[in-house]
Design a protein around this ligand. Structure first.
Ligand SMILES: *Cc1c(COP(=O)(O)O)cnc(C)c1O
Length: 389
C-alpha cells in the first residue's frame, strides 16, 4: 500500500506535461492565446456566457466583490462552513461580514435562517451574500435568487468545490453550477486539491456584460487598451488606467495545463461519483458513521466526501497513524481569531459548530485506487470495533 493517502490530490498526465512544455516553447508565457482558449472552454463546460481566468480563486472572489461594488459601510452575509477566503474577500473591500448558520442536512447556508436575518433588519442593511457549494453539493440557485431579489441583494457563488455539478429548478430543468443564470458571479479554484489543477489558478463566470467588463479591467490594474473604451487616444502605444485594479492574471503556462485538465474533468467527476458510492456502501453497516446526504435533484461534485462521526479526533489520529491523512473541513470561519476580534464567538452558529465537532473528510480524488479505498474503509471499521460507539 502506497502511503500516506492524502484527502485530495492532483492527477497530472503525460498529455498535461506536453501541453505545458509546448506553451513554454511558444511566444507567450502570459497574456497570450491560451488564456482566452481556457476561458472559452471553461465557460462552455459550466454553460456560462463569460469567464475570466485569474491567478487563484481568492483573487477571483476579491474581483467579484469589487465588481459588485462592495465598499466600506456595507454588510454581506456569508456561510461559516467554508474556506476563509469566502469571507475575506468582503473584508478586502472594507465591508463587514455577517455569518448565517448552515442547514444541518446539506451544510450549505440555511435558507430559512438567511430569511430570518433579512426580515429582522431594515431593507438595505445587507448588500449581498456569498454562498458556497460546500463539498460539491450545489445550491438551488432558484431559491436563493428569489430571496436575493426580494431583499435587493447580489449573489457571489463560491463554487470552488463544485465544477461540473448541477441542480434542478422547479420546472425540472437542470442547471450547471456556475452557469450564472442566477448568481451574479461564480468563482472556481484550480488549486491542486480541487477538480482541475493548474498549481494556482481560478475562474470567475458571469452572464452580465458589465460585470464581465469590470472583472477583466480589475484583473489587469484597471488598465485598458480597447480603443472603444478610451477617454481619448494619443496613438498606438496609448493605454489608460481607468480604475484602481490589481495584477490577478493567470499565466499561459497554467492555462495550457488547465485546458488539458479540463478535457478530463468529466471523467474525474464520474470517478468521484463511483468513489462516493463505494464509501456509502462500505460504511453502511456502521450506524455511528453518517454519510453525506444524496438527492436525485442534484449532481454532487464530491470535492470532499465528509462523514460525521463520534470520537472524531480519536478517529482522525488513528487514521493518521495508519497512513490515512483524513482532514477536517472546516474550522468555522466565524471562530477564527481574526473574526472573533470582530465580535463573533462560540455559540453564535450552533449548527456550524455542531457540524465542525463531528466532520471528517475521507480521501477523495480520481486516482484513489479501490485497494486504497478498501484500506480506508477497513481501518474505520477497525477503529469502531476497538472503540465501540
Ligand atoms: C480552495 C477554496 C478557495 C480558495 O481558492 P484559491 O484558489 O486557493 O485561492 C476559496 N473558497 C473555497 C470554498 C475553497 O475551497
Amino acid at each position: 500500500m502506497e502511503k500516506p493517502i492524502p484527502y485530495g490530490r492532483q492527477h497530472i498526465t503525460d498529455e498535461d506535461v506536453a501541453a505545458v512544455v509546448e506553451t513554454l516553447k511558444s511566444d507567450y508565457l502570459t497574456q497570450g492565446p491560451k488564456i482566452k482558449e481556457f476561458e472559452e472552454k471553461f465557460a462552455h463546460y459550466v454553460d456560462a456566457r463569460y469567464a475570466v481566468a485569474v491567478n487563484n480563486a481568492t483573487a477571483g472572489l476579491h474581483l467579484a466583490a469589487k465588481a459588485l461594488g462592495v465598499a466600506p459601510g456595507q454588510r454581506v452575509i456569508v456561510t461559516p462552513i467554508t474556506f476563509a477566503a469566502s469571507a475575506n474577500c468582503i473584508r478586502y473591500c472594507g465591508a463587514e461580514v455577517e455569518f448565517c448558520d448552515i442547514d444541518p442536512q446539506t451544510f450549505l447556508m440555511d435558507e430559512t435562517r438567511i430569511i430570518e436575518i433579512l426580515e429582522s433588519h431594515p431593507k438595505g442593511t445587507y448588500a449581498g451574500m456569498v454562498i458556497v457549494d460546500f463539498a460539491g453539493y450545489p445550491h438551488n440557485l432558484e431559491v436563493f435568487r428569489e430571496i436575493a431579489d426580494r431583499f435587493g441583494l447580489w449573489i457571489i457563488e463560491d463554487a470552488c468545490h463544485a465544477p461540473g455539478a448541477w441542480w434542478t429548478d422547479s420546472k425540472g430543468e437542470r442547471h450547471k453550477t456556475g452557469n450564472s443564470r442566477f448568481a451574479d458571479c461564480t468563482v472556481f479554484s484550480f488549486h491542486p486539491v480541487k477538480h482541475i489543477a493548474t498549481g494556482e489558478g481560478g475562474m470567475v463566470t458571469t452572464n452580465n456584460p458589465e460585470l464581465f467588463r469590470l472583472l477583466s479591467l480589475y484583473r489587469t490594474h484597471g488598465i485598458t487598451r480597447d480603443p472603444e473604451l478610451l477617454d481619448h487616444n494619443d496613438g498606438g502605444w496609448y493605454y489608460e488606467m481607468q480604475e484602481l485594479g490589481f495584477n490577478y492574471r493567470l499565466t499561459d503556462i497554467q492555462a495550457a495545463l488547465g485546458i488539458s485538465q479540463l478535457s478530463r474533468a468529466a471523467a474525474g467527476l464520474e470517478r468521484r461519483q463511483e468513489i462516493a458510492r463505494r464509501y456509502d456502501e462500505g460504511l453502511a453497516d456502521l450506524p455511528m458513521v453518517k454519510t453525506p446526504t444524496r438527492s436525485q435533484e442534484i449532481l454532487h461534485a464530491f470535492h470532499l466526501y465528509v462523514i460525521r462521526v463520534p470520537r472524531r479526533k480519536e478517529l482522525y489520529d488513528f487514521l493518521r497513524a495508519e497512513g490515512i491523512l483524513a482532514q477536517v473541513h472546516y474550522v468555522p470561519v466565524h471562530l477564527m481569531p481574526y473574526y472573533r476580534r470582530r465580535g463573533w464567538k462560540d455559540g453564535d452558529m450552533p449548527e456550524a459548530e455542531k457540524y465542525y465537532s463531528e466532520c471528517l473528510s475521507l480521501p477523495m480524488y480520481p486516482t484513489l485506487t479501490d485497494e486504497q479505498q478498501d484500506y480506508v474503509i477497513a481501518k474505520i471499521h477497525e477503529f469502531y470495533k476497538l472503540n465501540g460507539k
